[in-house]
Design a protein around this ligand. Structure first.
Ligand code: UD1
Length: 365
């Protein structure tokens, strides 16, 4: 079988690695990098660390408004499909690259395979929610990470071609946790993050909050961004932030004070796993990080009003916090009873790549 696979942003690189390895053993995969993420530490580092094959095409779309970015990709992906004429086109997740890939293939009657189908926040203002709903409705094979995702699709009348394969991000975490420990244990992680800031940092394991902020709903709202950093200032432990370029730019423009906060460049996957596993708590607006924290048994506070990953809320491993200074502070200082609770297996068996591959080869039957 020949597939064209579209990737373009950090979370897609992470998901692509385990799948490509399994699928390529007996099939052909044409890898297309849209170039949505293009900085070395947002893209190249993931290919190197995770052994992702070199893309066959790099569209180099770069930054732009949603319409410009999606439109440029649509045009180029169509050309690639017409040249390659694959048996199917595979997309991951909910980014603009996902929607562009799915739409190009659907218009050309090439079967669309969506990995991480069925997630919903039910907040239509999020570009990710628009991307995932539209992608699901034009997909032929909908590979879901959880039963909740399967149920969400059923509520929208989508039942054909829907399979719960488990979450491929669990495969990635399980394969790489030990590699990450070997690389960054015994203080090596401090050398890595200290290099970036130019000063020696003295973070202690389980004595810092690890934060990431990049969602448009937070970065593009001055009041929210100020409230988040004002809460960081008052937290009882220091806050370490591998910072997305979008947020870095906004902080500088708004001259927001960075008291109690240490900013480092966006972390590669292996360093990020180490930083998550050793944090007291993760504080984030990312989707993927909520789950990585859960898999690594680190409590999480999510700076949003909804989450697509409702399973992580069970037993308080993850808590939502609206962006209001005191509520953030109360949520991050809650007692961590979750640490005494075993986690039910809600995200599959860590072999999602294999299940996804089998589902594709059987054509969803
Ligand atoms: C995208 C996804 C989001 C995902 C995230 C993972 C969409 C709509 N959003 O958000 O769902 O969680 O990736 O990180 O697809 N930039 C750089 N260098 C880069 C990439 C981006 O400087 O390598 C800056 C640019 O100013 C750009 C901005 O970041 O305009 C936003 O990048 P974009 O790819 O549009 O969205 P993300 O915020 O990264």
């Amino acid at each position: 079988m020949k597939l064209v696979t579209i990737i373009g942003a950090r979370p897609q690189f992470i998901k692509a690695a385990p799948f490509s390895e399994v699928f390529r053993k007996e099939n052909k995969e044409v890898l297309v990098h849209t170039g949505q993420h293009y900085d070395a530490n947002m893209s190249t580092v993931f290919f190197a660390e995770l052994g992702i094959p070199k893309p066959d095409y790099n569209i180099g779309v770069g930054s732009g408004s949603h319409g410009v970015q999606t439109g440029r990709m649509l045009e180029k992906i169509e050309e690639i499909i017409l040249k390659e004429m694959p048996d199917g086109l595979l997309v991951y997740g909910d980014t603009n690259s996902t929607l562009a890939g799915a739409l190009s293939a659907s218009k050309l009657h090439i079967p669309v395979i969506h990995v991480e189908a069925g997630l919903r926040s039910y907040n239509k203002l999020m570009p990710e929610e628009q991307n995932r709903v539209l992608t699901d409705h034009i997909s032929d094979l909908l590979l879901c990470p959880t039963q909740t995702a399967v149920d969400n699709l059923e509520k929208e009348g989508i039942t054909a071609g829907v399979i719960n394969t488990g979450d491929i991000m669990l495969d990635a975490v399980q394969r790489n946790t030990q590699i990450s420990k070997n690389r960054y244990a015994d203080g090596a992680w401090l050398d890595e993050i200290s290099d970036e800031s130019g000063t020696i940092l003295s973070f202690k394991e389980k004595e810092y909050y690890l934060a990431t902020i990049h969602r448009a709903e937070n970065t593009d709202d001055d009041t929210k961004l100020r409230k988040i950093f004002s809460a960081f200032k008052r937290m009882e432990k220091p806050v370490l932030i591998p910072l997305h370029p979008r947020t870095r730019k906004r902080l500088a423009e708004l001259e927001i004070s960075l008291t109690n906060v240490t900013i480092i460049k966006p972390a590669g996957y292996l360093l990020m796993l180490y930083l998550i596993a050793n944090a007291y708590m993760v504080v984030t607006d990312s989707g993927g990080l909520q789950k990585e924290a859960y898999f690594l048994k680190t409590p999480c506070t999510t700076l949003r009003d909804q989450t697509e990953w409702i399973e992580t809320l069970e037993n308080g491993w993850n808590r939502l916090s609206p962006i209001a200074g005191n509520i953030i502070l109360e949520t991050v200082s809650r007692p961590l009873h979750c640490l005494q609770h075993p986690q039910p297996l809600l995200f599959g068996d860590g072999n999602a790549a294999k299940h996804i591959c089998q589902a594709i080869l059987k054509g969803g039957k």
